[in-house]
Design a protein around this ligand. Structure first.
Ligand SMILES: Cc1ncc(COP(=O)(O)O)c(C=O)c1O
Length: 387
């Protein structure tokens, strides 16, 4: 969908239920301004206008390593973490370094649309495996791996969004993660864990990450500030075994251009080290939880029983299944007549035909009244169109 979002954050008169980024009133503008002021007063500020260390801003690396050690008990040092220009950069860099055109990857069905796009850019073959309300179905994963073995092929990696998945909102429980790790050991594939939503959880503790459960063996874990600060900062991180991180840091990309976005990385480091991020996270979780509650409340009151939807406990997204008689393209066309837009399911599948009766709603961006109004329009249309 190629709709222009105005500087005010809305498409004039319309309701973009597809928009999966933070609302403008949730951006910590004052805190970022204070961080900029502080680094500006530092006499070494001019160094930030030079190329940066290949591994990324050292203070931010130290902050993140310490946080992961303290909060998750990860046994990592600074040799296990590098700063990247957002998770997207990491997905592209990993694809570049670990694969050659024609290699096979494993992805969930559905999976994150823009990651699938990157994999296609790298001319990779996607084998998708169905998910249920606990993520990837292990029996199906085993079947796919055996099929590939018969073909004499092995997947290079499995790409997974483990917490509050984009697009389904689903979180994979610990036993399922362990089963995937066992298969990754048996069949020799890497797990690429794109964990961009873990800090937006509304209650329960999350299961340990793949990285923690596998003790770092053959897992690459991505994180980002896009969802909890702002995507325009373009700062994220990658955690992995020291030799893999060294390979990435030594790549031509970083040797030539230096580490990721030195100026904004310094702002983010200053912001985080002041304690502002943790305080912002506590507030942000409440804001997103309220939005999730409004969205689910509206869905509960307007959707017919023939519509299914997930009840995420964090993140940004709800995934809807339409009755078999209703195609999502027809719903999208009718909704656009009423200025309501959502993300149709097809884009989230390796085979777009699998997504003809699904759609993704985002509750992160819209004002509450628009969120409710947009869902009401969809409920109205679905009732009319599935009669
Ligand atoms: C699963 C997933 N990965 C990565 C991204 C993009 O992250 P970044 O802005 O850090 O590149 C998103 C944003 O929607 C996402 O949902």
């Amino acid at each position: 969908m190629n709709l222009e979002i105005s500087p005010q954050g809305v498409i004039a008169g319309s309701i973009p239920l597809f928009a999966g980024h933070p609302a403008r009133d949730l951006l910590p503008l004052d805190g970022i301004q204070a961080a900029i002021d502080a680094i500006w007063q530092d006499e070494s500020v001019t160094r930030l206008f030079n190329y940066g260390d290949e591994q990324g801003n050292p203070e931010l690396i130290d902050f993140l390593v310490e946080r992961l050690r303290r909060d998750e008990g990860l046994e990592i040092g600074r040799e296990n973490l590098m700063i990247i220009g957002g998770s997207t950069w990491g997905v592209d860099m990993i694809s570049d370094q670990l694969t050659r055109a024609g290699d096979v990857l494993l992805v969930d069905a559905p999976s994150y649309r823009d990651a699938l796009h990157i994999f296609r850019d790298h001319r990779l073959e996607l084998r998708d495996v169905p998910i249920d309300d606990g993520g990837i179905v292990i029996a199906e994963l085993e079947r796919t791996l055996r099929e590939l073995e018969v073909e004499g092929r092995a997947p290079k990696f499995y790409y997974v969004v483990p917490n509050f998945q984009n697009p389904s909102g689903i979180t994979m429980p610990e036993e399922r993660r362990m089963a995937v790790i066992e298969l990754s050991r048996r069949y020799g594939f890497v797990i690429v864990e794109d964990d961009v939503y873990c800090d937006i959880r509304f209650g329960d503790q999350l299961p340990p990450s793949f990285y923690a459960l596998a003790r770092g063996e053959n897992v690459l874990r991505l994180g980002t500030f896009s969802k909890t600060l702002a995507p325009g900062l373009r700062i994220g991180w990658l955690v992995g075994a020291a030799d893999r991180i060294a390979d990435f840091v030594g790549s031509g990309l970083l040797t030539m251009g230096g580490g990721a976005n030195p100026f904004t990385a310094a702002i983010v480091a200053q912001y985080c080290r002041s304690g502002a991020w943790e305080a912002h996270l506590r507030w942000l979780r409440e804001q997103y939880r309220a939005r999730r509650d409004i969205a689910l409340g509206a869905l509960d009151s307007v959707m017919p029983a023939s519509v299914t939807y997930t009840r995420p406990r964090g993140g940004y997204f709800i995934w809807l299944g339409l009755p078999p008689s209703l195609r999502v393209d027809d719903l999208a066309a009718a909704a656009s007549e009423r200025n309501v837009y959502f993300a149709p399911g097809a884009g989230f599948f390796a085979d777009p035909a699998d997504g003809l009766h699904h759609l993704r709603l985002s509750f992160s961006f819209l004002p509450l009244e628009d969120l409710r109004a947009g869902i009401e329009v969809l409920g109205d249309l679905i009732r009319q169109m599935s009669r």
